[in-house]
Design a protein around this ligand. Structure first.
Ligand code: ZN
Length: 228
């Protein structure tokens, strides 16, 4: 986060009659929406200067650094402004759960047409699938004899066999089968890769972090660092 003069950003923002602008915090890697709060000019300026999400507290009547007491700060990767300048989007690196309830996201209640589901998370599909599979690992009794459970119980060797098998099927689909087959075989590879990650308790987010890191350096530098 560069600590340059935020004057140009501040000029582009339309603050409302109370001098506030809504700011949404989104996980920079997973896309998960973490929270919504309001910023005044000072809070936005402090956010850019310090690289830590800072909001306006109506109860305290002062700017507050998110996580200043809990340690669950939001490191700001990028500040985006919407088309008419009246809403800020922060792409963040969360240092822990964001909601005061201890949930990762403040948006943890889902209305699914007839009732509330607690513990929901606004995650992209692959992260959501990882979380579902990880729940099967942590609660074996609740997952019965599901396919995932069987693979996890069978262990790393069996998971590795399935991965090789599925990768081979994907390779053959890429070589000479229809687009639907390619998508289906790639889905099988991703699914089994997730089972492998879950078996080692490695989050999908760690994979995204690795990809993001590679994207951040030049292709040549990345190749050099891998000794290729
Ligand atoms: Zn909350």
């Amino acid at each position: 986060m560069p600590t340059t003069d935020p004057a140009e950003l501040l000029r582009a923002v339309t603050f409302d009659a109370r001098g506030l602008v809504p700011a949404i915090a989104q996980d920079a890697l997973t896309g998960e929406v973490r929270m919504l709060a309001y910023m005044d000019r000072d809070a936005l300026e402090a956010t850019v200067r310090t690289g830590l999400a800072t909001f306006w507290s109506r109860s305290r009547g002062a700017p507050w650094v998110k996580g200043e007491t809990s340690g669950h700060t939001l490191g700001v990767v990028e500040v985006l402004l919407d088309c008419d300048g009246d809403c800020v989007l922060l792409r963040v690196e969360p240092a822990g759960p964001t909601c005061h309830t201890g949930a990762p996201s403040c948006f943890s209640r889902a209305w699914r047409g007839e009732r509330w589901t607690d513990g929901a998370r606004p995650l992209a599909e692959v992260d959501a699938l990882w979380a579902t599979l990880d729940a099967r690992r942590r609660e074996p009794e609740a997952s019965g004899r599901s396919y995932t459970r069987q693979l996890l119980d069978a262990g790393a060797r069996r998971i590795g066999e399935k991965l090789r098998e599925e990768a081979d099927e994907l390779a053959r689909a890429v070589e000479g089968e229809g687009d639907d087959r390619v998508a289906a075989e790639a889905a099988d590879v991703v699914f089994h890769a997730l089972v492998g990650l879950v078996s080692r308790a490695v989050p999908w987010r760690a994979v995204l972090a690795t990809l993001a890191k590679r994207r951040g350096v030049s292709g040549l530098a990345e190749k050099a660092s891998r000794g290729a």
